[in-house]
Design a binder for this molecule. Structure first.
Ligand code: ASP
Ligand code: MG
Length: 439
């Protein structure tokens, strides 16, 4: 069995949905499980609807729902060719939108919000299933709510997912094509929940890991990870193979090709992940597996924006123990992850990408240290084989960026990553200069 995940833009228009049929047909010999995101833009729209309900602005919520409803009616009329198919799909859409309107008299809770957010994937998978039916392709629509289960800590329970998904699939021994929703799940209380924004890749990886499939395919709009950001650098190349560790580093950066979390289940259960391009189905893409094939080389350069650097300096840090613990505890209290860290004897610099609680964090840090903030920074990360026997790369990197002011450098955190922090205004030059020097 294989898992094939298609993202929001791959199901983003009737035209794009049509283009998925040849891909599905070409794999028809094997059993496969198709995981879909919501049509692109839908989840954002549903977030807006929920926010309006929460503000008790029912009129605006309904206006917004109306607009989305119209969009889907047009979508259905374009996608379906037969009268029967069209009316079945329209009836389904109307039923979902009835649900959206109904929230008007209820107290709007977070569980109501999660019910609304879940409909994006329920719509895309149902329309896709009906579209296959109209095209005489047999498929089974499975509800992810029957097997994507998270525990009280919001962690997916792989054993329970395996058991439940196996049970649902086994009900259809003759079928080879299964369709289910990305992103949505059921929580420990049995309520509808989700795996956080962008979570459909995570669904695909969890299912692939749980069911021990041959391969997890993530279909997007680019032929895999490139060795640099094609938006800013010319002549980038798709990377044929990556190890799980390299992919974990890269997925955090760059163009949202693969949700960072989704590397971990695949790695833990050793299931290969292949990144493929719906617009260029002949391309080989990137194969991510447990094998390390990029030895003694630099594999890729990528960047992440909207980084804030914080320098924390203690007059009493010299020889002081417990200082870092105090610093980290502040970030822990505000549930703010730290990304890069560099330290000196008297100060520590670190970066964060979630700034919701920055002012509270700074206030607490200032009670025991001097604090300096630099916003609009970018982390540029160089992924490669940096085991300590492979010396010389740090020199090559620093030589490539010798004309660029650098705020932080991190080397040795893992054997796969050198990270440098620059002001975002220098990001593009940094990417280009590294590309020219390293490749
Ligand atoms: N539809 C969800 C989102 O937009 C999940 C996903 O697309 O992966 O975040
Ligand atoms: Mg995505």
């Amino acid at each position: 069995m294989k898992v094939l995940k298609f993202g929001g833009t791959s199901v983003g228009s009737p035209e794009r949905i049509e283009q998925l049929l040849p891909i599905i047909r070409s794999q028809a010999a094997d059993k496969h499980l198709v995981v879909l995101s919501a049509v692109s833009g839908t989840t954002n729209n549903l977030v807006t609807v929920s926010e309006l309900y929460e503000k008790n602005d029912v009129e605006s919520a309904h206006k917004h729902i109306n607009k989305l409803h119209d969009k889907y009616k047009t979508f259905v009329n374009e996608l379906f060719k037969t009268e029967e198919g069209t009316s079945e799909a329209l009836a389904f859409i109307d039923k979902i939108f009835d649900l959206f309107y109904q929230f008007k008299n209820k107290n709007f809770t977070s569980s109501a919000e999660r019910v609304i957010l879940a409909q994006g994937e329920i719509i895309s998978t149902t329309l896709f299933h009906l579209h296959l039916k109209e095209n005489k392709i047999s498929s089974v629509l499975l509800s992810a709510l029957d097997f994507m289960l998270i525990d009280a800590d919001n962690e997916p329970n792989i054993d329970l997912i395996r058991e439940s998904a196996d049970r649902e699939i086994a009900k259809f021994p003759e079928e080879s094509l299964f369709i289910t929703q990305g992103y949505i799940c059921r929580n420990a209380e049995g309520e509808i929940d989700n795996l956080q924004r962008g979570g459909s890749d995570y669904t695909a990886s969890l299912l692939g890991a749980a069911l021990q499939v041959e391969e997890i395919q993530i279909w997007t709009d680019i032929d895999g990870f490139h060795n640099n950001d094609p938006r800013y650098v010319k002549n980038t190349k798709s990377i044929a193979r990556l190890s799980f560790d390299e992919a974990a580093e890269l997925s955090y950066f760059g163009a949202k090709i693969l949700h960072p979390q989704s590397v971990f289940p695949a790695r833990k259960y050793n299931v290969p992940v292949r990144l493929l391009d719906t617009m260029n189905t002949g391309a080989l893409g990137t194969l991510i597996s447990g094998e390390t094939t990029n030895q003694n080389q630099i594999v890729a350069i990528a960047a992440k924006d909207n980084i804030t650097a914080i320098r924390i300096q203690s007059s009493r840090m010299l020889m002081a123990y417990g200082f870092l613990r105090k610093v980290f505890e502040v970030f822990e209290r505000y549930k703010t992850p730290i990304d890069m860290i560099t330290t000196s004897e008297v100060a520590v610099s670190l970066t964060i990408d979630q700034t919701d609680h920055l002012s509270e964090i700074v206030k607490e840090l200032e009670s025991f240290a001097a604090v300096e903030i630099d916003s609009d920074q970018s982390i540029v990360c160089i992924v490669g084989d940096f085991r300590k026997s492979n010396h010389g790369y740090a020199t090559a990197v620093s030589e490539a960026v010798k004309h660029i002011p650098i705020r932080m450098i991190s080397y040795g955190g893992s054997e796969n990553n050198i990270s440098i922090l620059v002001s975002s205004s220098h990001k593009i030059e940094t990417l280009r200069s590294l590309h020219n020097r390293l490749f």
